[in-house]
Design a protein around this ligand. Structure first.
Ligand SMILES: CC(C)(COP(=O)(O)OP(=O)(O)OC[C@H]1O[C@@H](n2cnc3c(N)ncnc32)[C@H](O)[C@@H]1OP(=O)(O)O)[C@@H](O)C(=O)NCCC(=O)NCCS
Length: 162
């Protein structure tokens, strides 16, 4: 596999804005967690494709906890960025906020770490471009990502793929 050129984090930052309709909610008018998860996966996948320039598959999503809900008629704001790249996989951080477009209130809902694997036309894992760490924030997130990866790999079965 030829090593691809490194890319800036800013080149693949992805944002999405969704309006919460009755079809997205439960009987209490609060958004379904599964719907938020689907948007997280989509936003993160676009970010991963922008970074890798190839097709990607979702390998895993770390544990999630929803801090606050979002109700019908409110807005969901998603922002995804690459935190770290490995050999054929990369980690994406997605931050999700709620917004009341009428009052301007914004609140945090959930953050998610999603791991994608870049695949070639035969669906075999293929190498990903490294990220260029430019800011203290980039470096802090990349360092923490290495620890999360170690935990994932040990859960996967004795560090396979490290
Ligand atoms: C993800 C997948 C491609 C890994 O294939 P594999 O044969 O196990 O490949 P490898 O063991 O060579 O691992 C490839 C990379 O995936 C990573 N990986 C595999 N499973 C992982 C998991 N559960 N969590 C995080 N990373 C994982 C490995 O660490 C490795 O990364 P690296 O090259 O950066 O070190 C394969 O399991 C797959 O296709 N899963 C289904 C994906 C899918 O259908 N997703 C939902 C719809 S998109």
């Amino acid at each position: 596999m030829k090593a691809p050129h490194e890319k800036r984090v800013s080149e693949s930052v992805t944002t999405m804005t969704e309006y919460v309709l009755p079809t997205h909610t439960n009987a209490l008018g609060s958004i379904f967690g599964g719907q938020v998860l689907a948007w997280i996966d989509l936003c993160a996948a676009i970010c991963a494709q922008r970074h890798t320039g190839s097709a990607v598959v979702t390998a895993g999503i770390d544990d999630l906890s929803f801090d606050h809900g979002i109700k019908v008629g409110q807005v969901v704001r998603l922002a995804a960025r690459v935190t770290a790249t490995f050999r054929t996989s990369l980690e994406i951080l997605v931050s999700v906020e709620g917004e009341d477009a009428m009052t301007g209130a914004i609140w945090p809902m959930v953050t998610a770490f999603v791991t994608f694997v870049a695949v070639d036309a035969s669906l075999r894992p293929t190498s990903v471009p490294p990220i260029l760490l430019e800011t203290d924030d980039d470096r802090r997130l990349a360092e923490a990502a290495a620890e999360r990866r170690a935990r994932r790999l040990s859960r996967r079965g004795g560090g396979r793929g490290a």
